[in-house]
Design a protein around this ligand. Structure first.
Ligand SMILES: Cc1cc2nc3c(=O)[nH]c(=O)nc-3n(C[C@H](O)[C@H](O)[C@H](O)COP(=O)(O)OP(=O)(O)OC[C@H]3O[C@@H](n4cnc5c(N)ncnc54)[C@H](O)[C@@H]3O)c2cc1C
Ligand code: SF4
Length: 428
């Protein structure tokens, strides 16, 4: 049987591993290690904050090794490193967002139908919303904003509404891509964790394998097929080292929270993003922003007394990551949309009796990087970029043609399933 190496075990990587194991001998190479939820008590962490022990967001990796931060002048970029990639620290939101792909002539109906059979998706959590969520939802409805409960991946009838979704669900309620990874491993796939792939080894236009760093050791792994799914910030770096240029079309979906003191809001104990208001180019949703709470001095109230709404933006897809660093700025149209979102959030909060001047902002953070090897009409059937050797594919957020400004996991899974099918049919 032919050998396939899959780089990364997040949304894209775990999906392809599950699709290919059996048709190929699959080895998943993942830079991170086993995932553990952040288990510390928030009040203890708040004390450390009071003593000034938290001053740079990058420190979060010391307490919670899965959460990795990169910084630019304007924002922090968040991603997950570990088995399950960024899906383990996601909010569990499950949206089908393939309109841009349809415009390229790509139909992923079959893939989404398969996802519907494999992943439980529901708005079950709505039955047990905390009063604060219900009240915010009603305010948004009364303002004519047509809010809708967010579909979630997982068994939400068991959800405890503890509010720790983005710190890793301690109850195992939330679905993450380790379920696909485990399924592939149970059928014989091999896993190398703690192994960072540095480049694809290409000879005479064909990939022969990958170079992996395991601590101080460097190792070469041979394969017939290589799938890169190291995420929107990881895959472009591997491609650059392999001599393949990506496009400077990085998007990240920046998030900005508008918050205020509100006694016993309980938002820190509500599931993350229970409902969504959709506007042109951005969404609004209740969101307790842990990073701002830990690191932003304006967030000086006890966690239980903070009310907060997030604005998540579809940013202009322009930026890049390379070995020289990351370049990602907010353009005037991004800023204008954020300002519009801030004004709307202040309106919503004012209906709770919170004066607009009493609100404060969070730190701009972003967790949906992608777009640097975007699909075009030319690749709508093959899902294979001509700059890549014939036996190398990409199966992660790098493939998105545009920023979504909305949760991408489900659509990444659908694209990765298609890559898996193409490889099974053409390469096995
Ligand atoms: C706080 C937060 C909440 C989110 N909530 C949601 C949500 O509710 N719904 C939603 O749809 N999306 C959500 N997202 C976004 C979503 O999680 C990501 O967009 C998605 O997981 C990206 O999938 P991916 O396969 O591209 O990359 P990832 O899931 O990031 O996987 C990439 C993997 O590759 C590994 N890797 C990187 N470089 C290397 C290398 N050189 N060698 C080996 N391995 C490597 C990484 O360790 C990682 O495991 C959220 C993101 C964040 C940060
Ligand atoms: S609110 Fe708590 S129990 Fe519910 S999905 Fe999130 S982390 Fe899991």
């Amino acid at each position: 049987m032919k050998k396939a190496i899959i780089v990364g075990s997040g949304a894209g990587g775990a999906t392809v591993a599950n699709e290919l194991q059996g048709s190929f001998e699959v080895t998943v190479v993942e830079a991170g290690r086993e995932f553990r939820p952040f288990s510390r008590d928030l009040s203890a962490a708040a004390k450390w904050k009071k003593f000034g022990l938290f001053f740079d967001e990058r420190e979060i990796g010391l307490l919670f090794p899965t959460m990795r931060i990169l910084k630019t002048k304007e924002m922090i970029l968040v991603r997950g490193r570990g088995l399950g990639g960024t899906t383990t620290i996601s909010a569990g939101n499950a949206l089908r967002l393939d309109a841009d792909l349809k415009n390229l002539g790509i139909c992923l109906d079959e893939e989404f139908e398969a996802i519907g059979r494999e992943i439980p998706i529901s708005v079950e959590h709505e039955k047990h919303w905390r009063p604060v969520t219900r009240r915010l939802f009603d305010i948004c409805r009364d303002l004519g904003l047509s809010p809708w409960p967010t579909p979630k991946m997982g068994e939400y009838a068991r959800c405890r509404h503890c509010g720790r979704c983005v710190l890793g669900c301690p109850q195992g309620v939330k679905w993450d891509s380790r379920r696909y990874l485990d399924s592939a491993l149970a059928r014989g796939a091999r896993l190398i964790s703690g192994g960072r792939v540095t480049r694809v080894i290409i000879e005479d236009g064909t990939a022969r394998g990958v170079e992996v760093r395991l601590g101080r050791r460097k190792k070469t792994l041979a394969a017939d097929l290589i799938i890169l799914a190291a995420g929107g910030l990881g895959t472009p770096l591997i491609l650059e080292k392999s001599g393949i240029a990506c496009r400077a079309r990085l998007f990240v979906d920046p998030v900005l929270c508008v918050a205020a003191e509100w006694n016993n809001s309980g938002l820190d104990r509500e599931l993350t993003m229970p409902f969504v208001v959709e506007k042109d180019g951005y969404i609004i949703s209740p969101y307790f922003d842990f990073l701002s709470f830990f690191f932003n001095r304006r967030w000086s109230y006890p966690s239980g007394d903070i009310m907060s709404l997030m604005i998540k933006l579809a940013d202009r897809p322009e930026g890049r990551i390379s070995s020289r660093g990351i370049r990602k700025t907010l353009y005037p149209e991004d800023r204008a949309r954020l300002d519009e979102g801030v004004a709307l959030c202040k309106d919503i909060l004012s209906r709770l009796g919170i004066p607009k001047e009493k609100t404060f902002l969070g730190t701009i953070n972003a967790g949906h990087p992608g777009g640097m090897l975007p699909l075009t009409e030319r690749e709508s059937v093959s899902f294979h970029h001509p700059a890549l050797p014939e036996n190398v594919f990409v199966a992660d957020a790098s493939l998105f043609p545009q920023s979504l400004g909305k949760p991408p996991i489900l659509t990444i899974i659908a694209m990765a399933k298609r890559v898996g099918r193409i490889c099974r049919e053409q390469m096995s």
